[in-house]
Design a protein around this ligand. Structure first.
Ligand SMILES: [Zn+2]
Length: 590
C-alpha cells in the first residue's frame, strides 16, 4: 500500500518491538552477560561475532560491521526497503500500518497508474499485431534475418506498430478519458494544425521495444523503422513515468534471467541488447539515446562490481568511451572495476556477435581494456611522450582527472603509473592529487597530528578524504578482523613501521594481537580486547569502513602489505639520502 507512514507510528512500533525477539526469530541467540550473541546472518562465520544489545535495542556484527535497530535488521535480513521493512515488522506483530496520503500525492499516483495501464495495453496490442497483422511478415523477416528466435521476441515482448495514423487511437482510445491517457503516456501526438489528423499515433510502421522499469512495468517504448524512414529509432517522450536519463533498457530482463549478476555490459542500442541475449549473453543494457551518466552507473554499481562499456573502435567510439570513463571515475571505489571493449571498425555488438559467435565475444569481454590502461592510452596519445614538455603536459591533463577518483588502491596505482611515465616525483603527485582540505592528509607521510585529525569523528565521516596510507591501513585492519589467520600467512616487512601514523600503530597492534592471541576468529579476537581503547577504536573503524569481501582476503592483504612496504622503503631510502646530504653539508661547513 502506498502513502506516508506517520513517524509517530514508526516510533511506537520500535518501542513495542523487542530487538531480541525480532533478531531471535531468525538467528539463534545465546545470552552473554547482558547482551546476546549468535552467528551473523550477513556473513559466513563459524564462531559468533554478532551481538544484540537489548539496552540499546541495537544489533551489531564485529565481523562484517552491519548494525542497526529492529527495522534495520528486517531491511538487511529480508533485503527490502525501509517502508516494506516496517510493513513486515508490523505484520509479524499483528499490527496494521496506518497510511497518510496527501491529496496531491494520491492524484498523482492514480494518474500514474492510469498511464501504466494504458502502456501495458499498448504493449499487448503491439504484440498482437506482430502475430496477426497482414503486414507482419516484413517485421518477422527482419527479426529472423537478425537471427532472433520467437522465445527472445517473447522475453523482450517485441511488438509491431502497424502502418497507419489511427491504429492505437481506434483500438484503445474510444472514450475521451482513454484518449487523454494515451496522450499522457506519449503514445499519441496532438497537432491542431493537422486538419486531417489532429491527433494521431506516435509510432507507425515500426518494430516496438517496450522499455520496462525495475518492477517490470512498461514505462515507454522504443520503435525502429522497418523501411528507410527517418528517424531510424524513435523513443517515447519524457512522461511522469518515464525519465530517459535514468533508465537502462534491458536491466529488468537481465535481472530476470540471471540470478546473480556479476557484470554488466553497456551497449548502445536495443537490438544490441537483444542480439546478445539471443547469443546467451544476458547481462547487457543500453542507455536510451543518452550518454551513460553517473546516475546510470551508480545504479549499475549497486548491482554488480564490474561494468564493461562496449563501443565502436572508431574515433567517435573512443570519444564516447572517454566521456563514459569520466562519468565512472568518481565511482571507482576499491572492489569495483570498469573496462572498455572496443569493437572492430564498423561493427556493432549485434553484427560482431553474429560474426564471431558467442564464445569468442564473451572472451573478448573478458579481455576488455582496463580503466587504468585506457586512461593512459588516451592521455598519452594527446601528447608527445618523447619530449619533456609532452610528459609535463601529460601530468597537467591527468591530475584533474585523478582528483576525481575516490582515495584507494586504484588511484594510487594511477599515480604510481603517472610518476613512472612522466618521471615526476611521486610524493609531489600525491600531494597534488588531494584537494585543498586533504592535501596534508593525502601526503603519504602525513605527520601524526594530521593522522589524529582523521580520527576525529566529525572529520572522518568523509572516508574519501582520508590519506592513502591511513585508508590502506584501515583496510588492512579490517581484513585481519575478517580473517585473523592471514597475518600468519603473509610476510609483513618491519620497514612499514617507518610510516609513522596512528593507523600504522593500530595496524601493528592488531597484527600483534592476531599473531599472539590464541584467537582464531574475529569474535574471539575482538572479545579479547573488548572494552580496551584499541577495542573501541576497532569497533568505530568497522562502523565506518564498508568492505565485506568474502573471497580473496589473503590476496588483498598481501597486496596492501606490498604496497605499504614499497612506500616505506622509499621513505627509508629518502631519509638515508637526506642524512648523507646533511653529513656532507656539515663536513663542508667545518
Ligand atoms: Zn556479520
Amino acid at each position: 500500500m502506498a502513502g506516508f507512514i506517520p513517524q509517530s507510528f514508526i516510533d511506537d512500533l520500535l518501542s513495542r518491538a523487542d530487538i531480541v525477539d525480532v533478531v531471535g526469530s531468525s538467528v539463534t541467540l545465546r545470552k552473554t552477560g547482558k547482551n546476546y550473541s549468535g552467528l551473523c546472518p550477513f556473513h559466513q562465520e563459524k564462531t559468533p561475532s554478532f551481538s544484540v544489545e537489548p539496552d540499546k535495542q541495537f544489533f551489531y556484527c564485529f565481523g562484517c560491521g552491519k548494525g542497526g535497530n529492529a527495522i534495520g535488521f528486517v531491511m538487511d535480513y529480508e533485503n527490502i526497503e525501509y517502508p516494506q521493512a516496517i510493513e513486515s515488522l508490523a505484520n509479524s506483530m499483528g499490527i496494521e500500518v496506518p497510511r497518510e496520503e496527501s491529496v496531491q500525492h494520491q492524484q498523482q499516483r492514480e494518474l500514474n497508474q492510469t498511464t501504466f495501464d494504458v502502456l501495458q495495453k499498448a504493449s499487448t496490442f503491439y504484440q498482437q499485431q506482430l502475430r496477426q497483422h497482414p503486414d507482419k511478415n516484413s517485421v518477422i523477416s527482419y527479426l529472423k534475418d537478425r537471427g532472433l528466435s520467437g522465445e527472445i521476441a517473447r522475453d523482450f515482448k517485441l511488438g509491431f506498430a502497424p502502418p497507419g495514423w489511427q491504429n492505437l487511437l481506434e483500438n484503445l482510445g474510444s472514450t475521451s478519458d482513454d484518449k487523454k491517457a494515451l496522450l499522457d503516456a506519449g503514445l499519441l501526438i496532438e497537432n491542431p494544425d493537422n486538419k486531417r489528423n489532429p491527433v494521431y499515433d506516435r509510432f507507425r510502421n515500426r518494430i516496438m521495444f517496450p522499455i520496462r522499469d525495475r518492477r517490470g512495468r512498461v514505462i515507454a517504448f522504443g520503435g525502429r523503422v522497418i523501411g528507410d524512414d527517418k528517424p531510424k529509432y524513435l523513443n517515447s517522450p519524457e512522461t511522469p513515468v518515464f525519465h530517459k536519463g535514468e533508465e537502462l533498457y534491458g536491466l529488468y530482463e537481465a535481472k530476470q534471467k540471471v540470478r546473480k549478476l556479476e557484470r554488466i555490459l553497456i551497449v548502445e542500442g536495443y537490438m544490441d541488447v537483444i542480439a546478445l541475449a539471443q547469443n546467451d549473453i544476458h547481462y547487457c543494457v543500453a542507455t536510451l539515446g543518452t550518454a551513460t551518466s553517473t546516475s546510470h552507473l551508480q545504479r549499475l554499481f549497486k548491482l554488480v562490481p564490474e561494468a564493461v562499456f562496449c563501443f565502436d573502435g572508431d574515433n567517435a567510439g573512443r570519444d564516447a568511451a572517454w566521456r563514459a570513463l569520466q562519468q565512472a571515475l568518481p565511482l571507482m571505489e576499491d572492489g569495483r572495476s570498469a573496462r572498455f571493449l572496443f569493437l572492430p571498425d564498423g561493427e556493432d555488438p549485434d553484427s560482431q556477435v553474429r560474426k564471431i559467435g558467442s564464445k569468442a565475444f564473451v572472451s573478448s569481454i573478458g579481455e576488455a581494456t582496463q580503466l587504468a590502461e585506457f586512461f593512459f592510452d588516451n592521455l598519452c596519445s594527446q601528447v608527445e611522450m618523447e619530449s619533456l614538455e609532452g610528459r609535463a603536459k601529460l601530468g597537467t591533463l591527468a591530475m584533474p582527472l585523478i582528483k576525481l577518483f575516490p582515495a584507494g588502491l586504484l588511484r594510487q596505482l594511477i599515480l604510481d603509473q603517472l610518476a613512472k611515465v612522466t618521471g615526476a616525483d611521486l610524493e609531489t603527485l600525491n600531494k597534488m592529487s588531494g584537494d585543498k582540505a586533504t592535501t596534508a592528509d593525502t601526503h603519504p607521510y602525513a605527520p601524526v597530528e594530521q593522522a589524529r585529525a582523521a580520527d576525529d569523528p566529525a572529520i572522518s565521516v568523509k572516508p574519501k578524504a582520508r590519506s592513502n596510507v591511513s585508508h590502506t591501513c584501515r583496510k588492512a585492519v579490517n581484513l585481519i578482523l575478517l580473517k585473523p589467520e592471514i597475518v600468519k600467512k603473509v610476510e609483513i616487512d618491519e620497514s612499514i613501521k617507518h610510516l609513522e601514523s596512528n593507523e600504522i600503530e593500530l595496524l601493528f597492534e592488531v597484527i600483534d594481537l592476531a599473531l599472539n592471541a590464541p584467537a582464531s576468529s574475529t569474535h574471539e579476537l575482538l572479545a579479547s580486547i573488548y572494552g580496551t581503547p584499541i577495542g573501541s577504536q576497532l569497533i568505530q573503524l568497522q562502523d565506518r569502513e564498508q568492505i565485506t569481501p568474502t573471497t580473496g582476503i589473503e590476496k588483498e592483504f598481501k597486496e596492501i602489505v606490498q604496497y605499504l612496504t614499497s612506500i616505506a622503503k622509499r621513505k627509508v631510502a629518502q631519509n638515508t639520502l637526506l642524512a648523507e646530504a646533511r653529513k656532507k653539508l656539515a663536513a663542508k661547513k667545518q
